[in-house]
Design a protein around this ligand. Structure first.
Ligand code: G6Q
Length: 557
């Protein structure tokens, strides 16, 4: 397999005829307001939409015409998107800087499908782990798995960080309605001791199960919290040394690729759930990293979530690009970012359960596409990944939406909503959704001078009350927030990130900046812990900060 399938010897992106054609096109249409675009094409709201896996994707309020879409699709083809998709799905080592295949799609491949890495079908292994997870989570949920002192497990604490935390947290929050309500689920990620202390202060160790999630099992934050958890649990449960290993066996399981480090920590590999180096951390919520999710919602719901992921995988792999949701979403992001100059994307879920979804997407999108060189190591001369952020509606409306409506920056928005309420309460769901529809409409069409004046507004206030409109957005609508819908939604964003990375010709699957942070913190931690005044060889600012911290931190410094 050509590791650079579709990317080998690529011409510079910004000199491609398709890129230049898009620039010329942008110059021609940039003055056209969404009001005008809709006036010229009144039925576009029924045309510029696509549907897959239960997601309805309306992109008619983006500042695009049919011609824009045609040119974007030309660009995608010229950049080898079809070949890159084929390379990913067939196990090509497209993560070239780490020389790894990128096969999160295999995590949700149905039993019996065939996906090879280095000549070996990996789907049976995926299902073997899923089956072990299902058996284990079934025991915990039913109470058959008891703690060291014979008490039923009531609390599950998942310890991990980054890709080994954000997905499980988000999935638990999103699918809370499906969770076993007599159990407590908490997540500890920050090396700030507060995170661990607050997560455990009201819990009985005898009823608590820790899931230590770390692909490498060497991450400072996770290992530090894992040892804190061990000490906390053993203080209550441990007695003699034999008891200690018994307590660890009943209260600790690991999710990792690193058998040796798991053993070193004291967890029996019989209680280890594995995954593989072809699963990137931020693409791992549907692997064993999702064990807490499975315990919370049950194996059947977890499998429904995997089916949602898989439905979008298949759609992405087989549907022509003009109807292909992740492709359209990725190309619209390119258009807004590289041609309309937007530096950011606001993700606005009108579903309280999705409150951690923007945080999850921040890692997925920004760790993947926050890159400054191409696959060939050449510095890019165009912008790459935009900044993702957001809050659930309607809360955001009463805070930062002001800037989106009337500020000077272009903030494309993703609105996400559901037709059915999970917690029907009077007409509240209708009010929620009315707000979503009203916001996307207001952003697109605004309020003109004439409209403001017609309301009898004093002349001096007219400019303040005008909303220019022409703010682009996409609306994603699904019937109901189910495990299947969540899987589909996450896969949509995953593949949209892939489309963008393909156009930018970057490695969306490495994270060397994150690795730098991991190494730097270790060195500084040693300096802080040093008994003697350490020789500091940082810059003068960092040296002074460390010295001041050592002086003021109290303790034995
Ligand atoms: C994700 C990144 C990063 C990683 C964490 C945790 O894609 O690689 O966020 O998930 O640093 O790493 P471990 O799972 O190895 O502890």
């Amino acid at each position: 397999m050509n590791v650079r399938a579709g990317a080998a010897a690529r011409p510079a992106l910004t000199t491609r005829p398709q890129w230049l054609a898009l620039q010329r096109h942008r110059d021609q249409i940039k003055a056209r307001h969404l009001r005008e675009i809709f006036a010229d094409d009144p039925a576009r709201g029924e045309r510029l939409r696509a549907e897959a896996a239960g997601l309805y994707f309306d992109y008619s309020k983006q500042r695009v015409t049919d011609e824009t879409l045609r040119l974007l699709l030309d660009l995608a083809n010229a950049c080898g998107l079809p070949q890159r998709i084929a390379a990913m799905f067939s196990g090509g080592r497209i993560n070239t800087t780490e020389d790894r295949a990128v096969l999160h799609v295999a995590l949700r491949a149905p039993r019996g499908e065939h996906i090879e890495v280095d000549g070996k079908d990996i789907v049976p292994e995926v299902h073997a782990v899923l089956d072990r997870m299902a058996a284990f989570s079934g025991k915990v949920r039913s109470g058959a798995w008891v703690g060291h002192s014979g008490k039923r497990i009531r609390n599950v604490i998942s310890i991990g960080i980054g890709g080994s935390d954000l997905g499980p947290v988000m999935a638990y929050e999103t699918l809370r309605d499906y969770s076993q309500r007599d159990m407590v689920f908490r997540f500890v990620s920050n090396v700030d001791g507060t995170d661990f202390v607050e997560a455990t202060r009201d819990l009985d160790a005898a009823e608590t199960l820790f899931i230590i999630c770390s692909k490498t099992f060497t991450t400072l934050e996770t290992l530090t919290n894992a040892y804190a958890a061990r000490a906390w649990a053993l203080k209550v449960l441990g007695g003699a040394d034999a008891d200690k290993s018994g307590a660890v066996a009943k209260h600790f399981v690991a999710v990792s690729t690193n058998v040796d480090e798991v053993r070193k920590f004291g967890i029996d590999t019989a209680q280890m759930f594995g995954f593989w180096d072809w699963v990137g951390g931020r693409y791992s919520m549907d692997s064993a990293i999702g064990l807490s999710t499975m315990i919370a919602i049950g194996a059947e719901n977890f499998r429904a979530m995997l089916a949602g992921f898989h439905a979008i995988d298949e759609h992405f792999r087989t549907t022509p690009f003009e109807r292909n949701l992740p492709t359209l979403m990725g190309l619209l992001a390119i258009w807004n970012n590289n041609f309309l100059g937007a530096t950011t994307v606001a993700v606005l879920p009108y579903a309280q359960y999705l409150k951690r979804f923007p945080a999850y997407l921040q890692q997925l999108t920004m760790e993947s596409n926050g890159k400054h060189v191409t696959l060939d190591g050449v510095h890019v001369d165009y912008e790459t990944g935009p900044i993702y952020w957001g809050e659930p509606g309607t809360n955001g409306q009463h805070s930062f939406y002001q800037l989106i409506h009337q500020g000077t920056r272009l903030v494309p928005c993703d609105f996400i909503g559901f037709c059915q309420a999970l917690n029907p309460l009077g007409n509240q769901h209708d009010l929620l959704m009315a707000n979503l529809f009203a916001q996307s409409e207001a952003l697109a069409f605004g309020k003109t001078v004439a409209e403001v004046k017609a309301e009898g507004t004093p002349d001096a206030l007219v400019p303040h009350r005008v909303c220019e409109g022409d703010r682009p957005s996409t609306t994603i609508l699904a019937e109901r927030l189910t495990p299947h819908a969540l899987g589909a939604l996450v896969a949509l964003y995953e593949h949209s990130v892939f489309v963008q990375g393909t156009i930018w010709n970057i490695d969306s699957f490495d994270q060397w900046g994150v690795e730098l942070g991991k190494a730097l913190a270790k060195r500084t931690a040693l300096e802080i812990a040093s008994q003697k005044d350490p020789e500091l060889a940082h810059d003068s600012s960092t040296n002074a900060l460390i010295r001041r911290y050592r002086r003021l931190r109290g303790g034995d410094a």
